[in-house]
Ligand binder design. Structure first.
Ligand SMILES: [Fe+2]
Length: 247
């Protein structure tokens, strides 16, 4: 109880420290938490006797595992060297987590893939095993991301300027294959809050080719709840209902 209160006080202090600072973890971690939670629930409700449903669920689990493996690699390659350079020792405990995640990811990927070839009569048990395993993976990752956002971030903020942090972030984004980028956008954009989403789209409008920006807008129109879409459209000065424009 007492440690929870202390931990919460630390969290509140950290978010205050980060106010107005560039937060390299916030967006991608919102995307990962949402993708993980959605996948867990999907595994939980998959009908073991419906081949199409099982195949689609397995595909989503594998997609999630690929994204998580990529995420660990990007952090190891770009973020941890930055921490080591100016905050030696800070990234040590989390580097071990990353090794554990790699094994966990390989294991869950194997369990998921076995479902597509396995006997339908045994799929119910196999799906439940995957559900439980994925649940533990979520638990580990939620704790892990929490440490990154409450220990790594303050270290980065004290050692690096926002311009430097943005440069590191841009390097990661530039290294992403386009498929991974689209998957991240699909899970990140709906999970940002309205001001964050508007800022992201304004950045895209300023920095990306017009067709990329238009494509993203089209995708979001179908993906966002109506109220979120209306706020975004108004913020960007684009029509909330495109049909009225073409009439
Ligand atoms: Fe991490």
């Amino acid at each position: 109880m007492h440690t929870h209160a202390l931990e919460m006080a630390h969290v509140v202090a950290t978010t205050r420290t980060g106010e107005g600072r560039f937060n390299p973890y916030a967006g991608i971690h919102k995307a990962l938490r949402a993708f993980m939670a959605d996948t867990l629930m999907r595994v939980g409700r998959t009908d073991p006797f419906d081949d199409g449903e099982v195949t689609a669920t397995v595909a989503q689990v594998v997609e999630l595992m690929d994204l998580c493996a990529g995420h660990v690699e990007h952090e190891n390659r770009f973020v941890h060297p930055a921490l080591e350079a100016r905050c030696p020792g800070v990234a040590g405990p989390v580097a071990q987590d990353h090794e554990d995640h790699r094994h966990h990811i390989a294991h869950l990927r194997g369990v998921a893939q076995a479902l597509t070839s396995g006997d339908a009569a045994q799929r119910g048990a196999a799906l439940h095993a995957l559900y439980l395993g994925l649940g533990l993976f979520l638990a580990d990752n939620l704790r892990h991301m929490h440490v990154e956002e409450t220990v790594h971030n303050p270290a980065l903020w004290s050692a690096y300027s926002d311009a430097e942090l943005i440069a590191i972030h841009d390097e990661i984004v530039a290294a992403l294959p386009s498929g991974e980028m689209m998957l991240v956008m699909r899970w990140m954009m709906p999970q940002l809050n309205a001001p964050e989403r508007l800022e992201a789209l304004q950045g895209m409008r300023a920095g990306a080719p017009a067709p990329v920006f238009e494509g993203m807008l089209d995708a979001l129109r179908g993906l966002l709840p109506q109220g979120d879409w209306a706020k975004l459209a108004r913020g960007l000065g684009v029509p909330v209902v495109p049909a009225l424009m073409s009439a």
